[in-house]
Design a binder for this molecule. Structure first.
Ligand SMILES: [Ca+2]
Length: 326
């Protein structure tokens, strides 16, 4: 089933700049559980556990309640001050950054937008708007980039920012408050600038942080690598163990340390899991330039269309900074 879905989805893609894929989460829950999740509304379920949700354990649709925490009413940008960026990390030098220490639209020398709707390959609901001249769904204020999704009539509007620069190897980090609400799916990830090994997933995808409580569990984030040899439901997890009830109320750093030999995910400065280069391009297309993406999807196969009403018309994803070291 997984492979069949993945193949169909792949076949539908016309571009290597595809959306996060159907099963970008490192596993897909069994179908019956998925259906259960879609029909639950507001039920308080089992207390969240703290187990790894890897392999096929599929505990991702239990636990917690459907209410988000923080950020939807008033200002959730407090406590943002993280001080100046260190000039080196893990032996790499700071080469690019956006500290979002200005006000208005995101820096147009650093960011561009992917706009439009159509589901992005995952039945997502949002329509991404352009924020080049008007801060609508991507707003910089209080030292923070705020990606604000909101319901406008029958349409959900949101933003997807791509960095204009791209990089090969280094340490890539962002500090964020993650949405962590059922119905939303924020992500910080990277895609190849040029798909030299072919269309998705052959040229790779590096997911540094994804959060989709409906599919992958409350208060969890995951980090996954995709390539021809491991993608969608069989994506290579490098960060499956992050569980934190304060994903949305406190600032956290997410990063990947990427060398020619290995990619390691980091959470709050701690190494999670690594994936080694085995010398096979099907498994390691990660030797090209990749650009950074920040987006907030609403509903869809991972975000959970059945839970969108619980968002009450708005969701936000806050980013204090993005830094690249090489
Ligand atoms: Ca900042």
């Amino acid at each position: 089933m997984k492979k069949q879905l993945s193949y169909v989805t792949r076949s539908l893609l016309l571009s290597g700049v595809a959306a996060l894929m159907l099963s970008s989460c490192m596993f897909m829950p069994p179908k019956e559980k998925e259906d259960t999740a879609k029909t639950e509304t507001g039920a308080v379920e089992n207390p969240p556990d703290n187990t790894d949700f890897g392999n096929n354990t599929a505990d991702g649709i239990t636990g917690g309640n459907t209410n988000g925490t923080g950020g939807q009413n008033g200002d959730n940008t407090s406590g943002v001050d993280s001080g100046p960026a260190p000039q080196t990390k893990y032996g790499f030098n700071l080469v690019w950054q956006d500290e979002f220490d200005y006000t208005g639209v995101p820096d147009t020398s650093k960011w561009k937008y992917q706009t439009g709707g159509g589901g992005w390959g995952n039945n997502e609901l949002q329509y991404y708007t352009d924020n080049t001249t008007t801060a609508d769904t991507a707003i910089v204020q209080n030292d923070v980039l705020q990606i604000k999704a909101y319901q406008d009539g029958n349409v959900w509007k949101s933003a997807r920012l791509n960095s204009k620069n791209s990089w090969k190897y280094g340490y890539i980090e962002a500090r964020m408050k993650v949405t962590d609400r059922k119905g939303a799916w924020p992500a910080f990830w990277m895609m190849p600038q040029n798909s030299v090994y072919g269309k998705w997933p052959d040229s790779g995808e590096i997911d540094i942080m994804e959060n989709a409580p409906v599919t992958c569990g409350n208060h969890k984030v995951f980090s996954t690598l995709h390539a021809k040899g491991h993608y969608a439901g069989e994506g290579q997890s490098i960060g499956a163990k992050v569980y934190d009830e304060k994903l949305s109320s406190e600032w956290h750093t997410f990063g990947v340390l990427w060398t020619e030999n290995k990619i390691t995910a980091y959470y709050d400065g701690k190494a999670l899991q690594s994936y080694d280069n085995n010398g096979n391009k099907d498994d390691w297309p990660y030797d090209q330039d990749f650009y950074v993406i920040l987006n907030l999807a609403i509903g869809g196969n991972l975000g959970g269309t059945g839970f969108v009403n619980s968002l009450n018309g708005a969701a936000e994803f806050l980013i204090d900074y993005v830094r690249v070291y090489q």
